[in-house]
Design a protein around this ligand. Structure first.
Ligand SMILES: [Zn+2]
Length: 101
């Protein structure tokens, strides 16, 4: 089994780095409730699991800065923002090594 195998709903991206924290980004996952059979395309938004920065996705699956309009739309989309907060919380716990007593 390839060590780089991904879950269903996870798609490879061209290797690139978060503009904010520099973390390598090479995969993007569909969020709950999203269409999981097709990779995200132009107009989708994604979040860096390291620092929580939110980006748009180009048709080539490359991250790009959100436009002012997209930022405003996203800020008003409570479902989307709730989903990003949920993912960020999960990522936060995943980043912290479990303490062994
Ligand atoms: Zn980042």
């Amino acid at each position: 089994m390839s060590p780089r195998q991904h879950e269903p709903g996870v798609y490879r991206m061209p290797e690139q780095h978060c503009f904010e924290c520099g973390r390598k980004l090479d995969a993007v996952a569909a969020t709950q409730g999203a269409e999981r059979d097709e990779p995200p395309g132009e107009g989708a938004a994604t979040m860096c699991l390291e620092c929580g920065a939110i980006y748009g996705i180009s048709g080539e699956l490359e991250i790009r800065e959100l436009t002012m309009r997209e930022r405003a739309e996203l800020a008003g989309d409570h479902d989307a923002m709730g989903e990003f907060r949920r993912i960020n919380r999960q990522a936060h716990f995943a980043r912290r090594p479990a303490k062994v007593h």
